[in-house]
Structures are given as C-alpha cells and as structure tokens.
Design a protein around this ligand. Structure first.
Ligand SMILES: N[C@@H](CCC(=O)N[C@@H](CS)C(=O)NCC(=O)O)C(=O)O
Length: 201
C-alpha cells in the first residue's frame, strides 16, 4: 500500500499512528507529497488535492483520513480501533469528529497565517481559535474517562500534537489539568511517539 505522506500533516499522522497500532506500518510505502505544490500529481489520486491518500494494493485510491483509518482497522487482525457497536463506538466516532474539527480549524489558521499580511483576516482567525478553545474545554470535561486506545483518542492526540507544533505559544495545557496529563501518558505509546510532526527536510 502507498500512503501519500507529508511530515507536517496531522491527518497523515493520524493514519500512520493507526497503522502502527494495527501492526500494519511495515506494509506502508510512504510517498513524499507536498499538497501545496501545484506541480505535484496529488490531484490525480485525490481530486481534492489533499493528503493523506492511501493507494491500496489493488490500486484503489482511498481518502480522507477517516476512510483510510477504517480501512487499516478492517485489515488488521489486532484489537479493533473502531469499536464495533454500542456506546464505545459512538463515543470513539464523536471524539474522532471533535479531533478532526480541531485540526480543520488549526489547518485553516495555519494557511491564513501564510497569506500576505494585508490579506489576513483577524476575525476569521479568531473564529477558528474560538472553535479550538471550546473543543479543548469539552475534551477537558471528559478526559477523566479516557482509557486505552481507539480511533477517537488517536485523533485527539494528533490534534493536541498539532497545536503544540503550530500554536505552541498559545499553550493549550493551561487550565486543562486533566487533558494535559492524559496526553503526556498517551504520547508514550510508540504510535504517537514515532509520528511527531516535523518540518519537511
Ligand atoms: N478531511 C481531510 C483533511 C485533509 C487535509 O486538510 N490535509 C491538508 C494537509 S494537513 C492538505 O492536504 N491541504 C491541502 C489543501 O487544502 O489544498 C482528512 O481527514 O484527511
């Protein structure tokens, strides 16, 4: 399987962490891809021009990260990261949605910050920042119940790691006394420790 990969992308990280948890990382060939480079052929496999994309051994291109993670989970014979049913399933999917939405807002803020100063909207940035703050407060309110590993918690960890990577000066840990230690502990998992985002070489 081939994974269109960018070392800064938190959505790619989520897929890699899932592959590691699922024992499948050895089957992934990473294809370095810059989604912001108009010369990159990414749009030939994903019309949206976004990473991650997984090209299966059968040659089918799968996107986005939610679909890729569920595909990897289905291939795995290890413990399932997408709980099959009941409250555990809905909680994991909701936490995945919350983590993904922190990432959507964070990535939008990042792209906004790269625009020429005169074109940037402070109101737009603030609107996205408020979404992130409310989502973090919601996570703080339920972090005491976090245990084990599933796709929801992997996504939340990917989101918190991205906030450290791009918005470290805003220090999300302040006034989050339950979420911060949960993340410190969860980050010791090889799937999280081995996939910390970094600038492209
Ligand atoms: N919902 C998508 C989001 C993917 C995404 O936003 N990827 C970013 C990189 S972190 C990207 O490729 N952006 C390029 C663009 O927006 O043109 C997913 O879960 O995979």
């Amino acid at each position: 399987m081939k994974l269109r990969f960018a070392p800064t992308s938190p959505f790619v990280r989520k897929c890699l962490a899932t592959a590691i948890e699922a024992g499948l990382e050895g089957r992934l060939e990473l294809i370095a891809t810059n989604p912001m480079d108009p010369a990159d052929d990414l749009a030939t496999v994903n019309p949206l021009g976004k990473v991650p994309v997984l090209v299966t051994d059968e040659g089918e291109a799968l996107y986005d990260s939610r679909v890729i993670c569920e595909y990897l989970d289905a291939l795995s014979t290890d413990a399932k990261l997408f709980p099959a049913e009941g409250n555990a399933r809905w909680r994991a999917l909701r936490l995945m949605a919350l983590g993904d939405s922190i990432l959507d807002a964070g990535v939008l803020r990042r792209y906004e910050s790269l625009r020429p100063a005169a074109e940037r909207s402070r109101a737009w940035d603030e609107r996205q920042r408020e979404k992130i703050t409310r989502a973090l407060d919601a996570l703080e309110g339920e972090a005491e119940a976090f245990e084990g590993v599933d796709i929801g918690l992997i996504t939340v960890a990917s989101a918190l790691g991205y906030l450290d990577f791009r918005f470290g000066q805003e220090n999300w840990r302040l006034a989050r006394p339950t979420l911060a230690p949960w993340y410190a502990e969860f980050s010791k998992r090889p799937s999280i420790a081995l996939t910390v985002p970094k600038e492209a070489a």
